[in-house]
Design a protein around this ligand. Structure first.
Ligand code: F6P
Length: 554
């Protein structure tokens, strides 16, 4: 039986048991000492692929840890799972479908069968459709209702229909073509709509309604608001087709909304929302950076796919990162993981990885419905450096929790200003160094004495100055952000998440947990706006409803 039909209990595997023993032996492991005693530690625990260099030497590991973790991956059937992913098997068991985002970046000539049908011709047909619209907009052939050039594109979508495209189009701003500005409208909060629409001209704005299901409340409400806004500003129903296009797998709903059939770009149920930026959901990216750069993005992701599929686990970047996450989450009790990009252009990567990781691996039952026997996905958080250093890094350095971190930094800046980039890079490195080295009590005391403090003062302040150190981090270095390298980076995190899901036996591709809130939301809405409604299921919710109704009465 396939691995996803009958997942193993990872905690029962011999390598898991061996890791538990090894963890005890590692209790007093010191990274400081490991670096001091092994001049080759950096070479031993670093690797490079697809334009990304990974230094993972600042981790609580030695060769034995890596060997045992790799054993765990092998005993879990990871290689079989990777093949199942790429071959289009129904690894999303609860929804009985494949997860084939990797097909979206495969080159022409490849074939991938889903239930006996090769999907690659459709994939390339949609890429051609995207090429066509991008070139018509960029060459001013596609014009607004008053024949003016399109200058602004608003992507109306949320979750995976927003975060990936926003990350990439904003990260690749140095590659922007022809000055089409991309905006994102995601939340149902009217203030977001108000602030954005105030900057736009209806004559020159194109809306992309981006929703795999075309049933997402926030997106549909915003699409309706955008349509009313367009009509109130001189736009006509007849010319609506020049201002509204859609990306969806629910063509009928998009047509009912009023979008012309030939302006609807397809999505497939074998691509999950948070894995969809490589499909026509990436249209705002292509409009921002042009189709050839979009294809570079795909080829960077493809290069990571090939690496993931073929590299031995010991040298496999997504596998190594996933195993390190398991090491800390399941053997050291870490509950969160920080993503710390030291690059303005990558400032949105934390939000994208939050959805990617937390919506994929925030699960408590295995693929077969049985409860998991260990912790699964961590809380993903973080933000751009150096800003975080002046906000939450204090907790990373001296808080009570162990929080592994990924630092991501380019070597070259697109916008050198004096020596800013040297300082930015230096800060990134010094943060991971400080996490690892820490400051001992005797170092803290010596420092205070050197500053002339008397002994009472030394003893009073020293405990506050001690920094435990020995805190793990990975550093991912890129020459600078390019479509190819960004494609590889995002694909690498997708595969990292997948590897962890396989080892935990969970389904990374469904998201049933988000449904309950949506369902209850309808009942709360009825109670906020209707009359003679039954009381809410609980007094807290009813009390808060009363508060709202009291304010809006009459
Ligand atoms: O509610 C969660 C979710 O379904 C995500 O998985 C998805 O990315 C997002 O909503 C948007 O969904 P859609 O593209 O169907 O509007």
């Amino acid at each position: 039986m396939a691995y996803y039909q009958q997942p193993l209990d990872v905690t029962a595997l011999p390598s898991w048991q061996a890791l538990l023993q090894h963890r005890k032996a590692m209790q007093d492991f010191s990274m400081r000492e490991a670096f001091a005693s092994d001049s080759k530690r950096f070479e031993r625990f670093s690797l490079s692929t697809s334009g990304i260099f990974l230094d993972y030497s600042k981790n609580l590991i030695n060769e034995e840890t890596r060997n045992l973790l790799v054993d765990l991956a092998k005993e879990s059937g990871l290689q079989e799972a990777i093949e199942a992913l790429f071959n289009g098997e129904h690894i999303n068991a609860s929804e009985n479908r494949p997860a084939l985002h990797t097909a979206l970046r495969r080159p022409i000539g490849d074939s991938v069968e889903v239930d006996g049908q090769d999907v690659m011709p459709q994939v390339h047909r949609v890429l051609n459709q995207m090429t066509d619209i991008v070139s018509r907009i960029h060459s001013n052939q596609w014009r607004g209702y008053s024949d003016r050039t399109i200058t602004d594109v608003v992507n109306i979508g949320i979750g995976g229909s927003f975060l990936g495209p926003q990350l990439v189009s904003e990260a690749l701003l140095p590659f922007t073509q022809r000055g089409v500005r991309c905006h994102y409208l995601a939340n149902i909060d009217g203030s977001e709509f108000h602030e954005l629409s105030a900057k736009l001209n209806a004559e020159t704005t194109l809306f992309i309604v981006s929703s795999k299901s075309f049933g997402t409340l926030e997106t549909l409400k915003n699409a309706q608001a955008a349509r009313s806004w367009y009509l109130a500003r001189g736009g006509t129903e007849e010319k609506l087709y020049r201002h509204f296009i859609a990306v969806t797998s629910n063509k009928e709903a998009a047509i009912t909304f009023g979008i012309r059939e030939k302006n609807i770009f397809p999505m497939w149920d074998w691509v999950g929302g948070r894995y969809s930026l490589w499909s026509a959901i990436g249209l705002p990216i292509a409009l921002a950076i042009g189709m050839s750069n979009f294809k570079e993005l795909l080829s960077g992701a493809y290069s990571m796919d090939v690496h993931f599929r073929t590299a031995p686990f010991e040298q496999n970047m997504p596998v190594i990162l996933a195993l390190l996450g398991i090491w800390y989450g399941n053997f050291w009790g870490a509950q969160s993981h920080a993503i710390l990009p030291y690059d303005h252009y990558l400032r949105n990567i934390t939000k994208h990885l939050q959805q990617l990781d937390m919506e994929s691996n925030g699960k408590s039952v295995r693929q077969d419905g049985s409860p998991v026997s260990c912790a699964t996905g961590p809380v993903i958080w973080g933000g751009v450096g150096c800003n975080g250093q002046h906000a939450y890094h204090q907790l990373l350095h001296q808080g009570t929790e162990l929080i592994p971190a990924d630092f991501i930094v380019p070597v070259v800046s697109y916008n050198p200003v004096a020596d800013h980039h040297q300082w930015l890079y230096a800060n990134c490195l010094s943060q991971s160094q400080a996490l690892m080295l820490g400051k001992t009590r005797s170092e803290a005391e010596a420092e205070l004495r050197a500053r002339g403090a008397d002994e009472a003062e030394v003893q009073r302040l020293a405990p506050h100055k001690v920094i435990p150190g020995n805190r793990p981090s990975n550093t991912l270095v890129l020459e600078r952000i390019s479509p190819r390298r960004l494609g590889a980076l995002v694909a690498m995190y997708e595969h990292k998440v997948f590897v962890q899901s396989v080892l935990w036996g969970i389904n990374a591709f469904d998201q049933w947990g988000v449904e309950l809130g949506k369902e209850l939301g309808k009942g709360v809405y009825e109670r906020l706006t209707g009359w003679d409604q039954p009381a809410a299921e609980d007094a807290s919710t009813q009390g808060l409803i009363d508060f709202f109704r009291g304010r809006h009465r009459g």
